[in-house]
Design a protein around this ligand. Structure first.
Ligand SMILES: [Zn+2]
Length: 290
């Protein structure tokens, strides 16, 4: 069933586990995520980015997620969320087409501008009954698979959330949840990456709203368990499901070069996404929390 992302993460906050927020692009990835949620009896957030809206179209991708959540998820709650909304325009479009939860990511701007843009979005979203995730500090991209660039640990360190800015940001913008940068990066495999637990503890003492970890793909399970223990209530996964899907696609086509029927090619890819999402649900502790 369709649910509000804020309800799911508030319940997770009380229960000391985390909700997985998984990105989708299409029917197959959406099926993989929802099948995993059903098998684990776990609430999930399914999120789409602006790139996905550009790829699939806003209304088609909403219809895919909402239809499967309503018709096939039974009593398992599924929330639809906009990931990294970059402009007021995108946010308005998404809310007016049925998103109950959106992220405004103005983290690349100086603090005052981040506050101004986030506040403008929160005022609009709250009037429409939608909740808002902001970002303070910046979560960089670990590696660009097309260009081969890698972010350095020094760059990640410089962009971490500054605890002394958190109170001002949250009280002035009135965001419902906050994405923070504590050493995490989008993508995988930043050698030597250690999440900054001390920074997380400081932030947690300052604000009571749910805290979100972007770029949770590839982070060692022990580190994930530790940040959940210290107050992270949503973990975002995209890169690992991309690897699961694409590696399976390559394997199937390499082993069966004459396959023609897309359903025969894509069914194992759905299953690969389901398997990785199930493993993340188990790591985050959200299984059985319906
Ligand atoms: Zn992100």
């Amino acid at each position: 069933m369709l649910a509000s992302a804020l309800d799911l993460i508030k319940k997770a906050q009380k229960g000391h586990y985390a909700i997985g927020a998984f990105n989708t692009y299409n029917l197959e990835v959406t099926l993989g995520i929802i099948r995993a949620a059903l098998l684990e009896r776990s609430p999930v957030v399914i999120q789409v980015s602006e790139n996905t809206i550009f790829y699939a179209g806003l209304r088609p991708i909403i219809s895919i997620v909402k239809t499967i959540a309503a018709d096939e998820a039974g009593d398992v709650p599924v929330a639809l969320h906009l990931d990294h909304g970059k402009s007021f325009h995108t946010v308005v479009e998404c809310i007016n087409n049925g998103f109950s939860s959106i992220m405004i990511d103005a983290s690349s701007y100086p603090l005052e501008e981040n506050i101004r843009m986030t506040k403008e979005v929160v005022e609009y979203a709250h009037k429409k009954g939608a909740c808002v995730q902001g970002e303070l500090g910046r979560v960089k991209k670990a590696e660009d698979y097309d260009l081969g660039n890698n972010v350095t640990l020094e760059e990640i360190g410089e962009l971490m959330t500054k605890p002394d800015e958190v109170e001002k940001f949250v009280s002035e913008t009135k965001v419902d949840s906050l994405a923070i940068s504590i050493g995490n990066a989008h993508g995988m495999d930043v050698p030597g990456l250690e999440l900054d637990l001390e920074r997380l503890r400081k932030i947690k003492k300052i604000v009571s709203i749910p805290l979100v970890l972007h770029g949770a793909s590839g982070i060692a399970p022990d580190q994930i368990r530790n940040v959940i223990k210290e107050g992270i209530t949503e973990c975002n996964i995209d890169t690992e499901t991309q690897f699961a899907f694409t590696n399976m696609l390559k394997e199937i086509l390499e082993e069966n070069p004459h396959l023609l029927d897309p359903r025969k090619i894509l069914a194992p890819c759905i299953d690969a996404v389901r398997a990785i999402v199930e493993s993340k649900i188990e790591l985050f502790g959200s299984g059985g929390k319906v």
